[in-house]
Design a protein around this ligand. Structure first.
Ligand code: UDP
Length: 191
């Protein structure tokens, strides 16, 4: 626990194993990657703090969180950056044919991320993608699309705290097995 935000003591391998276990269970699991900035945001935003206390896994993203854990004598094993976790999950998903959906970023960015991932991972099964600038009206249709395509792994790149709030708000409608907020990762993948 760092400033009332729980952080799981997992290294990358344990984080990936935990997500794979989530993928074998028939319910939505929420994953967050709190870094120092997110922990600080949560101090000023009780709703955000509450959501971060309800996620199924919070990986220690960032040296700030690791440093704070040392002050608290609660040593965390290693940094598990959100982007790195996404890339590890992409590898596992490609090998095991988990269905991936990309939601977020600008429309050319998410399309670019989709194309780059398809190019790099031959076995990858990306069932759909949508940009992150949608209205409440479009939302129902996007959620339908995610559900109809039997998404296993939903990457949500709306930035923090929007992505965690969006996942939490829609947790009862989403039929994916895992939803994870990945911030600016699509921008990096799109290049
Ligand atoms: N974004 C979005 N919809 C929004 C606001 C942001 O899709 O309403 C996207 C934005 O295009 C970018 C990502 O969310 O791809 C935010 O990245 P940023 O690096 O700001 O997030 P952080 O990693 O700091 O959480």
């Amino acid at each position: 626990m760092i400033f009332d935000v729980p952080i799981d003591k997992v290294n990358m391998k344990q984080a990936v194993d935990t997500v794979e276990k989530f993928l074998s269970e028939d319910k939505l699991h929420m994953v967050a990657t709190p870094n120092a900035e997110i922990v600080m945001m949560a101090q000023k935003d009780p709703e955000y703090k509450d959501i971060l206390n309800k996620t199924d896994l919070n990986v220690p993203d960032g040296s700030g969180v690791i440093f704070a854990s040392k002050i608290y004598k609660e040593e965390l094993p290693e940094r598990v950056a959100g982007f790195d976790l996404m890339m590890e999950l992409i590898k596992v998903a490609s090998a095991k044919k988990y269905k991936i959906y990309l939601l977020g970023a600008k429309s050319d960015v998410v399309k670019g991320a989709y194309l780059n991932l398809k190019r790099q991972y031959s076995g990858i099964d990306i069932v759909g993608f949508h940009d992150g600038y949608f209205s409440k009206y479009d939302e129902a249709e996007i959620i339908n699309d995610i559900n109809e395509k039997n998404t296993d792994l939903l990457f949500v790149a709306l930035g923090a705290p929007k992505q965690e709030k969006w996942i939490y708000e829609n947790r009862n409608k989403l039929k994916a097995k895992v939803a994870i907020g990945v911030g600016g990762s699509f921008d990096v993948i799109a290049g």
